[in-house]
Design a protein around this ligand. Structure first.
Ligand SMILES: O=C(O)c1cc(=O)[nH]c(=O)n1[C@@H]1O[C@H](COP(=O)(O)O)[C@@H](O)[C@H]1O
Length: 279
C-alpha cells in the first residue's frame, strides 16, 4: 500500500482508528469458543462489524502463537480475509521482531511477503542491520518501537543520554527513544518508517513530532490502558493526519454476549466520531 492511499482512506472515513485483533479465548463469548475455528470466526465477525469505522487492523502475534498451529492457521485466514475483502484497510503484523540481518530477512519474508501484511512492528535495539531487511521491502512499512505505552518504558527508552549533532562538536541531552528516532530518520528508505508511541506518553508526543514531522505514528493505549485521544491528537496530528490510534480490548470485549460484534461496532463508532472532530 502507498501512504497516499492510507491518507485518502483516512479522509474518506474521517477515521484514523486501528482495531487491534488480540483474540483471547477467555474473554470471547462462550458460544464461539467450542468451535475449532473460534479465533478466525471471532475476528471475522469483529472485522465485518467494525470495518466502516476504522482504516487499519493490527493482529498481535502473541495471541496467535499461543495456540500453536491452530493459531497460525487463524492468523493466515485473518490476513487473507482482510486482504481479499477489505483491501483498503492497512494491516499491521504486531510482531515486535528484529534480529541480526539474515534472520530479520526471514521475518520480513514471513510477515511482509508470504503473509502479505502492509507493515510490521520492529524493536530497534539491534540497530541498522536488524531493521534494514524490513525497510528494503517495497510498498511496505516498518513500525519502529519508539516510546511504548507501558510502565517499563522508563527503564530504557526514557533514559537520558548525550547525543552529538552532525557536523557539530556540541552535545545535547536527549532520551534514548529520541535517539532511536533521530538515527533511524537518517537510514535509507526512512520514508518507509513509522513509529510506535504510547497514548499514555502524551507529554512526549510533541518531541516525537519534532524529530519525525512526516512519519505516521502508531499510537496504542487508548481504551483499556487509559490514554487520552484528545491529547494524542493535539500533539500528534500532522498535515497528512499522521496518526493511527489503536484500541484492542476496549473494542473486542465490549460485550461477552451474543451481541459482541454489535457492541464492538458501537465502541469503534464512538472512537471514530471523536476522531472526526479533529479532522
Ligand atoms: O506495538 C504495539 O502495538 C504496542 C506498543 C505499545 O507501546 N503498547 C501497546 O499496548 N501495544 C500493543 O497494542 C495493543 C493494545 O491493546 P489494548 O490495551 O487492549 O487496547 C496490544 O496488542 C499491545 O501489545
Amino acid at each position: 500500500m502507498q501512504i497516499q492511499d492510507l491518507v485518502k482512506h483516512i479522509k474518506e472515513k474521517k477515521s484514523f482508528l486501528c482495531v487491534g485483533l488480540d483474540p483471547d479465548l477467555d474473554k470471547m463469548p462462550s458460544h464461539l469458543t467450542d468451535s475449532p475455528n473460534a479465533i478466525f470466526e471471532f475476528n471475522k465477525q469483529i472485522i465485518d462489524a467494525t470495518h466502516t469505522f476504522c482504516v487499519a487492523y493490527k493482529p498481535n502475534m502473541a495471541f496467535y502463537e499461543a495456540h500453536g498451529i491452530e493459531g497460525h492457521v487463524a492468523l493466515q485466514k485473518t490476513i487473507s480475509y482482510l486482504n481479499e475483502t477489505y483491501p483498503k484497510h492497512f494491516t499491521i503484523a504486531d510482531a515486535k521482531r528484529g534480529d541480526i540481518g539474515n534472520t530479520s530477512r526471514m521475518y520480513a519474508k514471513a510477515f511482509l511477503e508470504d503473509l502479505d501484511f502492509d507493515s510490521i512492528t520492529v524493536a530497534p535495539y539491534m540497530g541498522i542491520d536488524s531493521v534494514e531487511p524490513f525497510l528494503k521491502v517495497d510498498n511496505k512499512f516498518t513500525i519502529l518501537l519508539a516510546l511504548t505505552s507501558n510502565e517499563g518504558a522508563k527503564d530504557f527508552q526514557l533514559k537520558q543520554m548525550q547525543s552529538r549533532n552532525k557536523n557539530s562538536i556540541d552535545f545535547e541531552e536527549i532520551s534514548l527513544f529520541e535517539q532511536v528516532i533521530k538515527t533511524s530518520q537518517t537510514w535509507s528508505n526512512a520514508h518507509r518508517l513509522m513509529y510506535v508511541v504510547g497514548a499514555t506518553q502524551t507529554e512526549h508526543i510533541q518531541s516525537v513530532r519534532n524529530l519525525a514531522p512526516d512519519a505516521f505514528l502508531l499510537v496504542p493505549g487508548v481504551g483499556a490502558q487509559g490514554g487520552s485521544l484528545s491529547q494524542v491528537c493535539k500533539y500528534g496530528l500532522n498535515e497528512n493526519i499522521g496518526l493511527l490510534v489503536n484500541s484492542s480490548r476496549g473494542i473486542l470485549y465490549a460485550s461477552k454476549g451474543k451481541d459482541f460484534a454489535d457492541a464492538a461496532a458501537a465502541q469503534a463508532q464512538k472512537l471514530q466520531l471523536e476522531m472526526a472532530d479533529f479532522l
